[in-house]
Design a protein around this ligand. Structure first.
Ligand code: FAD
Length: 519
């Protein structure tokens, strides 16, 4: 067992979007920060979302104006901070007689256009579905649709980039580090952390704990305050299916279902369509959430009401499920529980400060972090001012409309790259694609080929700079190459990663980038 001597200012439990966003903000203000994630970054809810940076048109029906306004404002702030992993999307909402009336949709979209300081995103439009490309794959039942803007985000990469930025500002970020308990003495916390790979236990001292454990938030409260039986979180499962591409344009659909819910059909990873989601109360270990046959049927039926060619369970190539860690506000139906975040604090700078986070969205993580920092400042004393609005995340230092130029520049610098490969690298790594490729003069210099366009250079980069420890981290979170590699290719990759991990174990993990950090 080892222990630290100088207490950290802040110990963050959980390497999801909220934990990593808070760590980035706090470290950038000058606090000393330690983040412990029990599995991989974004292995909890933060890689299982619908991946929208959105105001949430539906939340207007529940009068969540504060949340919608804050979320709408965040869209353009986050897009500018990470134009590689965030991009604008046009949402097509076919008008369906018998469901929500057109005047209500117009009113909602008017508010959506005007509540949140929209500048670069185009406004709402009305489409003639008989002539617009968006009408083509649908049944000929729809004359009219509304089209509005929101953004798409690679949720798991947003987490990894916040962790990178936090580490660039001096935070210690540990993955496979399970917090097993914490005790408070003389104003300082002593936190027990178990390395899930080696089994070794370490104790870390900190002045404040931020419990950003997502669906595990109540479990952590019970560990930290063993006398309490915390029951604040309402776990709501949401599942998605991925099917082969259902349409040949880059807009996305938002379909109203007869039960009042809405279902998205979103272009996904070039060749696929992502369909989701469901809302179902969940009990048990959130890590074990999995789609049920009823959910798959529900999603297939819901989109088949709209698409001319029905979607069946045979079309499904991948599924995923996540658990929303919503604050239990007593709403009767899962879909009605508030999506807003709630912060609860205990203690102060003298007694040891604990802050528990409930709810929240990917979209609002940066604002949530600012609210958390306001409370931490009161307990710990102020450091630097709020700084994350207007500062890019790693690899995002190019204009919001600059993706094609970045692809062209990368192909210019590395003429051996195929366009598909260059596009994928810029989408994932932005300007850091140049760091990943280094001074490779030819494809052969990228090292071992693992299938599709995955080469050793990318694997090494992800292991060195983004905490990748297993094939799953790489194939399903840092990238989505899990959709492309065969089982045989995955085992070759696993053997390579295993061999590299052994040589990494003694080193500080992960080493920092040699290139000047972009934030
Ligand atoms: P998590 O991502 O779950 O992170 C918590 C982390 O804590 C986990 O990685 C876990 O391993 C770790 N942890 C737990 N206990 C311990 C411990 N004892 N020691 C160390 N580590 C621990 N939001 C949007 O903005 N847009 C969307 O389109 C959207 N769609 C969604 C769709 C679905 C189906 C779901 C489920 C959610 C969606 N959300 C969306 C909401 C969003 O995904 C979540 O609010 C957000 O990811 C929660 O992040 P978090 O960091 O609080 O939790």
């Amino acid at each position: 067992m080892t222990s630290t001597e100088t207490p950290f200012d802040i110990f963050v439990i959980g390497g999801g979007i909220n934990g990593c966003g808070i760590a980035r903000d706090a470290a950038g203000r000058g606090y000393s920060v330690y983040v412990a994630e029990m599995k991989d970054l974004a292995s909890g809810t933060s890689s299982w979302s619908t991946k929208l940076v959105h105001g949430g048109l539906r939340y207007l029906e529940h009068y969540e104006f504060r949340l919608v306004r804050e979320s709408l404002k965040e869209r353009e702030i986050l897009w500018a901070a990470a134009p590689h992993i965030i991009r604008p999307l046009r949402f097509v909402l076919p008008h369906h007689k018998g469901l929500r009336p057109a005047w209500l949709l117009r009113l909602g979209l008017f508010l959506y256009d005007h509540l949140g300081g929209r500048k670069a995103l185009p406004p709402t439009a009305v489409l003639n579905m008989k002539t617009d490309i968006a009408g083509k794959p649908l049944k000929p039942l729809f004359d009219k649709a509304f089209e509005y803007s929101d953004c798409w985000v690679d949720d798991a990469r947003l987490v990894a980039l916040n962790a990178r930025s936090a580490a660039n500002h001096g935070a210690v970020v540990r993955t496979r580090a399970l917090v097993t308990g914490a005790i408070r003495e003389n104003g300082t916390w002593t936190i027990s952390v178990r390395d899930e790979v080696s089994g070794a236990t370490e104790t870390i001292q900190a002045r404040a704990i931020v419990n950003a454990a997502g669906p595990w938030v109540d479990t952590v409260i019970s560990q930290v305050e063993p006398k309490r039986n915390a029951r604040n979180v309402r776990m709501v499962q949401g599942s998605h299916i991925v099917v082969n591409k259902l349409f040949n344009h880059d807009k996305c659909y938002i379909f109203q279902n007869s039960d009042g819910r809405i279902i998205f059909a979103i272009p996904y990873e070039t060749d696929f369509t992502l369909v989701g989601t469901t809302d179902k109360d969940f009990v048990g270990d959130p890590a074990k959430a999995a789609i049920t046959p009823e959910e798959t049927d529900y999603l297939c039926k819901a989109v088949s009401e709209y698409f001319a060619k029905p979607v069946t369970t045979n079309d499904v190539v991948w599924t995923y499920s996540g658990v929303r860690p919503l604050f239990d506000d007593g709403a009767s139906a899962a879909q009605e529980a508030t999506r807003d975040y709630v912060l609860r604090t205990e203690g102060d700078g003298e007694t040891g400060f604990l802050l528990n986070i409930f709810g929240g969205k990917i979209t609002t993580y940066r604002r949530l972090a600012e609210s958390v920092l306001t409370k931490l400042e009161t307990a710990l004393g102020p450091k630097g001012p709020a700084w994350t609005a207007g500062v890019t995340l790693p690899g995002g230092d190019f204009p919001i409309t600059g993706y094609d130029d970045q692809v062209a520049a990368l192909m210019g610098a590395y003429p051996f790259l195929a366009q598909r490969h260059a596009k994928r690298l810029v989408r994932l790594y932005g300007t850091d694609a140049h760091v990943l490729l280094g001074d490779a003069p030819s494809k052969d210099d990228l090292g071992q080929h693992f299938g599709y366009d995955l080469y050793e250079a990318e694997v090494r980069y992800l292991m060195q700079h983004e905490w990748v420890r297993t094939p799953e981290d790489l194939l399903w979170r840092r990238t989505k190459l899990g959709l492309r590699l065969t089982a045989e290719e995955v085992s070759t990759l696993a053997a390579f990663i295993d061999k590299q991990s052994v040589s990494h174990q003694a080193a500080e993990y992960p080493p920092t980038l040699t290139r000047e950090a972009t934030d």
